[in-house]
Design a protein around this ligand. Structure first.
Ligand code: XCC
Ligand code: SF4
Length: 632
């Protein structure tokens, strides 16, 4: 097979050939059926916000229609479309977080939803100003904190509580530019209002409103999602796991968990540990129950339990094509609607579990906080009983997996640093000072957050892996989340041995601190961990994070969530490199606002660059410029 987008992924060729033999359709067949994608859509100049349209204006100034029927020009249309992507992404992350908080609201000492990291519960309660946070009864406190968190979504006044985590210099910029996010739902709603027919036409104003909405994702929804998941399911600590489709076990019942929300997956792991279920699996001829994860549900579960990583976004179909998955269980986001039909080509049961992501074509089992463990038991039982339906002649599991280290929460990173350098801090969180010190000393030149999806517009995983390898070679430490983290895991970059691929300085740090040069920090909502880490580093020096030699990169992004993320990362003062160009080029003005002008008022900007090696060159110049400006 000669698909130019798949040369890098060693599992693809054989499995796509198998799909063909099995008569199964994949995203590549559907991509081919799309033929050439719409040039107006690609440039962002197609508007269908009202029923006078759709209107499409010319992406080339001075040629063709310059305005839609209402008079909106390319700047307005592009800015509105971009803003609506932010609203979509912010909604997804934040609504996920709300579900986590609701589960915490229902938590009880007897479980199954309970408080597993009490220290963090007390620390965040104190951070949010709850009186007697250190002495209140655990569940009374959890209840109070979760009600406060629910207020972050809809409170009529005030701004997001976690903003206080940023150094004062950054908070001042947010205030000055009026991008301090208020209640999350309010930001999304007013942005949808602003982009309605006949509202905002000023592209810069639309950008700023989108920015504030994105900020309510990063410093609101995503941060709440991360912190409250930690309180309930435990703050991740470093541990070993393995990754790639080779983690599927031909002798066991394989359950694929896919999506984003850990609530259901946590219950499934509990249910699969039940001795009765394991006995049942044995009675059906299997050696046991093997849970494998994909996308961010996979990341959540590997971070906290070392659950094996089957793969990233694009491998969701390949996973089923192995013929060895008894049940594909999904919650929300990034799930192909194509999966039920694909599952039908094999014996796989496809089970969707959330009204918000009800996917037609096979089973639906409504998951709720009240019945969480029962739902999970039912699902695991369906999978186990399905084992006998597996057709051995259709099973083909790639013999490919990599060892990987996972679980680097901010707390875990601080813990590793503490073991090497005794900082004697009184801060309950500990301090990241040793990390800041090695960056200032130049042993490490800077840090990069590599995040985001897969996208069939680029070669699968190639940009992720190339950029990471080239950066660590140049002594830039990488932190990763989402599907980028899984790409790195599969390429063996999350192992301690990857230090051999580093420059001298980073290698020495890895050896001393006993960490890989690429740290898995979790799912996409866990980019909030990266934000927190960067802000703690800036705080140590008492400076605006925009001054630090730090960048964000999304080499293969595709989702609206990624647009929201890019906004809050830039809004937080971190230059953000996008390897897939957003649909904005139809407005040269808006493009210039993103890639140049916003630097003036935010201290950071977007960079669009498709070529991974050129991206690395640009990043190195960026990091060294920051170092020079700091005089380090
Ligand atoms: Fe989805 Fe989070 Fe993208 Fe992967 S990286 S394809 S959003 S799973 Ni967020
Ligand atoms: Fe056309 Fe304006 Fe309606 Fe958009 S909002 S579809 S540009 S008339």
């Amino acid at each position: 097979m000669s698909n130019e987008y798949l040369k890098f992924d060693q599992t693809a060729e054989a499995l796509l050939a198998k799909a063909k033999r099995d008569g199964a359709e994949t995203m590549w067949d559907r991509k081919a059926a799309q033929k050439t994608q719409c040039g107006f859509g690609e440039a962002g100049v197609c508007c269908r916000i009202c029923a006078m349209g759709p209107c499409r204006v010319s992406p080339v100034p001075g040629k063709g229609a310059e305005r839609g029927i209402c008079g909106a020009n390319a700047d307005t249309i592009v800015a509105r479309n971009f803003a609506r992507m932010v609203a979509g992404g912010t909604s997804a992350h934040s609504d996920h977080a709300r579900d986590i908080v609701h589960a915490m609201h229902a938590a009880k000492a007897e479980g199954p939803f309970k408080i597993r990291d009490e220290a963090k519960l007390r620390r965040i309660s104190a951070e949010w100003g709850i009186a007697d946070a250190d002495t209140k009864e655990t569940y009374a406190l959890a209840h109070e904190l979760s009600e406060m968190a629910l207020g972050e979504f809809g409170k009529p006044f005030g701004t997001q509580r976690f903003l206080k985590r940023a150094p004062q210099a950054r908070q001042d910029i947010w205030k000055r530019e009026n991008i301090e996010p208020r209640a999350i739902d309010m930001e999304v709603t007013t942005l949808m209002h602003s982009t309605h027919i006949g509202c905002a036409s000023d592209y810069e104003s639309l950008f700023r409103r989108g920015m504030r909405t994105g900020m309510s994702d990063g410093w609101g929804g995503s941060m709440i999602g991360t912190e409250f998941s930690d309180i309930m399911y435990g703050t991740p600590s470093a541990q070993a796991s393995s990754s790639n489709l080779g983690v599927i076990d031909k002798d066991q019942v394989n359950i694929l968990i896919h999506g984003h929300d850990p609530n259901l997956a946590e219950m499934i792991v509990l249910a699969a540990e039940n001795p009765e279920m394991i006995e049942l699996a044995k009675a059906k001829g299997a050696k046991g129950i093997n849970i494998v994860g994909m996308c961010c549900t996979g990341n959540e579960m590997t971070m906290r339990h070392g659950i094996k990583i089957a793969g990233n976004f694009y491998q969701q179909e390949l996973c089923i094509i192995t013929g060895a998955i008894e049940a594909a269980v999904v919650d929300v986001q990034c799930i192909f609607p194509a999966l039920p039909a694909l599952a039908k080509k094999y014996h796989t049961r496809f089970i969707s579990t959330s009204e918000k992501a009800k996917i037609s074509g096979d089973m639906f089992i409504q998951f709720s906080e009240a019945t969480g463990l029962e739902n999970a038991n039912e699902i695991v039982k369906i999978a186990v009983e399905n084992f006998v339906n597996r057709d051995a002649s259709k099973v083909e599991i790639p013999d490919l997996k990599s060892d990987t280290m996972v679980g680097y929460s901010v707390e875990a990173i601080i813990d590793h640093l503490d073991k090497v350098v005794n900082t004697n801090t009184s801060d309950p969180m500990g301090t990241v000072k040793p990390l800041t010190d090695v960056i200032y000393a130049g042993v490490i030149r800077g840090a990069a957050g590599v995040v985001g999806c897969n996208n069939p517009k680029v070669e699968h995983d190639y940009a992720h892996v190339t950029i990471i390898k080239e950066l660590i070679k140049r002594d830039v430490i990488c932190v990763v989340t989402g599907c980028a983290a899984q790409a790195a895991a599969k390429a063996g970059l999350l192992q301690l041995e990857a230090k051999e691929l580093c420059g001298r300085g980073l290698k020495e740090v890895c050896e001393r601190v006993n960490i890989p040069p690429v740290l898995h920090m979790g799912s996409c909502v866990d980019i909030s961990r990266i934000l927190h880490l960067v802000n703690l580093c800036a705080d140590v020096k008492g400076i605006d994070p925009a001054l630090l030699p730090v960048v964000g990169i999304a080499p293969e992004w595709m989702s609206e969530k990624a647009v929201s993320i890019a906004n809050y990362v830039v809004g937080s003062g971190i230059n953000t490199y996008l390897g897939v160009i957003p649909q904005v080029l139809g407005s040269p003005n808006f493009t210039k606002l993103l890639t140049e002008d916003c630097q003036e008022f935010l201290g950071a900007h977007f960079v669009f660059e498709k070529d991974p090696l050129v991206t690395v060159d640009k990043i190195m110049v960026d990091l060294e410029d920051k170092r020079t400006a700091l005089g380090i």
